[in-house]
Design a binder for this molecule. Sequence first.
Ligand SMILES: [Zn+2]
Length: 494
Amino acid sequence: MKRYYHNICMIILSAIIFCTLFLSGCEANDPGANNEPSGKSAENIEIIISSEDDKGIDAVSETEQEHSDIDFTVVNSPEHAKNIILFIGDGMGFEQISLGRILKGNDPLSMDAMKNTGYVSTHYDNDNKLLVTDSAASATAIACGVKTKKYAVGVDKDGNAVRSIMSYAKDAGKSTGLITTTRVTDATTAAFAAHNTSRSNEEQTAVDLLHAAPDILMGGGKKNFLADRRKDGADLIAQSQTQGYSLLYNREEVLNTNATMLLGLFASDKMPYTVDNDTQAPSIKDMTIKALDILSQNPEGFFVMIEGGRIDHACHANDAVTTAYEVMAFDEAVGAALEFAQKNTDTLVIVTADHETGGLTIGIEKSYSIGFETLLKVQTGSIFENIVPNADSASGQLDYSQFVRKQFGIRDLSRSETDALKTAFSSNDRATIGNALAALITQRSNIKWASQDHSGKNVPVMAFGPYAEYFTGYMDNTDIFKIMMEAMGIAGQG
Ligand SMILES: [Zn+2]
């Protein structure tokens, strides 16, 4: 009931805001700012972001100075979001969410309870509207509110450093956290803390992450912190301890820690896929619950970004079952956050994606011999990180019919399919073998992939809590940053 009244109040407030802006002719419209198509909320919120000068990556402080001049034209809501929990499902389009739902027995997911929803454009080049982005450019749009070049993190298209929502939240006295299931130094987390024209400079991103110093930093990518793995020989593990971080290396340590500054590094590279059931690694839900426990101790509130980083990898691999498990695990973390937000009503929860991966389509033709539901029952590991590594050692004497029956429930392998598998296995190349298996399943199931790369599809956004009303209809990914800034009440403080 309280929620109902809150919603009514927000609708009235939104109407007042809109009328005020309309009458004032939206005078704060800055010709240098983004002109991309944007949702209702973005029309109400305008920020000045980047400068034209080529100042390079060292220009953080000057750019930060410019950001203090931010001019939001929206009248601040009396009820700001003290806390923001931002979920990014890497590569998670609408169909990927459907796969998670099927895995759950066609029951609604936790995120399905979020009734404020919209769809988000993800193009990375504002001038040419180049549709197919990568995670770096898209995460920068969400984290910092600017469109940038592909592969760039935390910089605008000219290479100037731009501040992220996490940086603003920290300055506002809030606690902060970055969590992912891939490397913490990978593009999505990097966009919130690093400033680099190349996402692949991950050793520098590790330095930048410790410099940005979120209270919680958890995921994979340990190798980029180790003295004997880094080109510069810097011992970032030791440095993190000097900074006050407690180090965590497995699930047990996550569950038991009472420390308030956490650096969790659970894999040298990416964390294991959910379907591969590695009990050493914490789940994304484990990490989320621990982070919320710690971050909520700050009376000023917190900002945390939680990435389902491996949904994207499963889609690149065209591995539908692994994708479904990644989405489900991601959704369980969303469920934990929604539970928190129901008890802590000053918390805004946002779920979105940086782009869609694979051009996934769920469709049925009568010639398909197995369905996705059958695959879900039979396939018990990821194709590339479990099935192939376990099979190729025995590839010389592999009985292909038996193999595909056991792994995927395919009972009528044709001559040409057998030949294709034989050729792939004889290459002794795991990628070739994995691709052949993925192609076989795609032929046989009611799942289709347009590619092994990103697509230009719009992605979903869902929200719950204060300012959730602004997440509606067609939006741009930069709008998410703008609404978060407004929701936290940082707008207008400059
Ligand atoms: Zn990707």
